[in-house]
Design a protein around this ligand. Structure first.
Ligand code: AMP
Length: 176
């Protein structure tokens, strides 16, 4: 399934650390037809009952923005710490080594909104779960999440589903 898109994704071993197989979507973006197909298939995979799209910095902005344009929805930027100029709400989350933080503008979310979260890839799910927590704090809820790539061995999609989020992914890669 979606083997045409799989063929456009480049794997770079040992980036950013030894042992990581980095799934590089920049080669998919270089292919106009492939990029358009990925957006059409994400659009077909999601249910229409949501209010806003949220894209996760940085590759989630690319797919999230194209999908928001395609579906006629507004888009919230989920940014790493200290990037947004206005008043923010933030959530800290644990990384393998250390901690990171995601933020949104405090006034970006429609009260009670159903959010479709978008990123290029889900691995452990730490980032997506932190974003979901962020929208709960903001008085909204992530009801769906869509990714180009899932790494099922790392369990992120299962973790997100266990919290009641409907998860779609166009492709799965075995291993990590
Ligand atoms: P996680 O929070 O573990 O689900 O990691 C997801 C985030 O890290 C996404 O924003 C991905 O872009 C990036 N990421 C994690 N693992 C990989 C990988 N093997 N290849 C490319 N990007 C990755």
């Amino acid at each position: 399934m979606n083997d045409d898109l799989r063929a456009l994704i480049r794997t770079i071993p040992d980036y950013p650390h030894a042992g990581i197989m980095f799934r590089d979507i920049t080669t998919l973006l270089l292919d106009g037809a492939g990029f358009a197909l990925s957006i059409e298939r994400l659009a077909a995979a999601v249910a229409s009952d949501f209010d806003q799209i949220a894209g996760i910095e940085a590759r989630g902005f690319v797919f999230g923005a194209a999908l928001a344009h395609r579906l006629g929805k507004g888009m919230v930027l989920v940014r790493k710490k200290n990037k947004l100029p206005g008043a923010v709400i933030g959530v800290n989350y644990a990384l393998e080594y250390g901690e990171d933080r995601v933020e949104i503008h405090a006034d970006a979310v429609i009260p009670g909104a159903r959010i479709l979260l978008v990123d290029d890839l889900i691995a452990t799910g730490g980032t997506a779960l932190a974003a979901a927590q962020l929208f709960r704090v903001a008085g909204a809820s992530v009801t769906q999440a869509a990714f180009v790539i899932d790494l099922p061995a790392l369990g992120g999609a299962a973790r997100l589903r266990a919290t009641g989020v409907e998860v779609s992914a166009l492709l799965a890669f075995d291993g990590d």
